[in-house]
Design a protein. Structure first.
Length: 123
């Protein structure tokens, strides 16, 4: 798979992931304890794909890696919020676990991509 196809597949994957997170947030109970978690989860989870798209328009390889790094940081933050929702019993594990799995896979892809890019040229 060439880089362009890989990037397009990753963008589609993160978009579908964002849709699932929006659906999850919309299903949360309207309780004070959920408001902050919902807002933070929305920001971090949707930021993953947004930063990958920004990376595609980067003006330099350094910029490209920086946007992927932001996406990775967002993925790591997303894992925290998903875990908190699960562990406070706001959402069942059967709903959270697939999202956590996908978040981990996206995080692994981003981390590997960043490591490869940094290995090719010191940034």
């Amino acid at each position: 798979m060439d880089n362009r196809t890989f990037a397009q597949n990753l963008i589609r994957r993160t978009y579908r992931y964002s849709v699932k997170v929006v659906d999850l947030v919309d299903s949360l109970p309207n309780r004070r304890s959920c408001w902050t978690m919902a807002d933070q989860l929305m920001r971090s989870a949707t930021s993953i794909g947004a930063n990958i798209i920004e990376a595609q328009a980067a003006s330099s390889k350094r910029d490209f890696v920086n946007f992927l790094s932001y996406a990775l940081k967002s993925a790591n933050e997303t894992k925290f919020w998903l875990g908190l929702l699960r562990d406070t019993h706001k959402v069942g594990a059967n709903i959270i676990e697939p999202l956590l799995k996908e978040t981990k896979e996206l995080s692994d892809i981003l981390g590997s991509s960043i490591a490869t890019l940094r290995g090719k040229k010191k940034l």
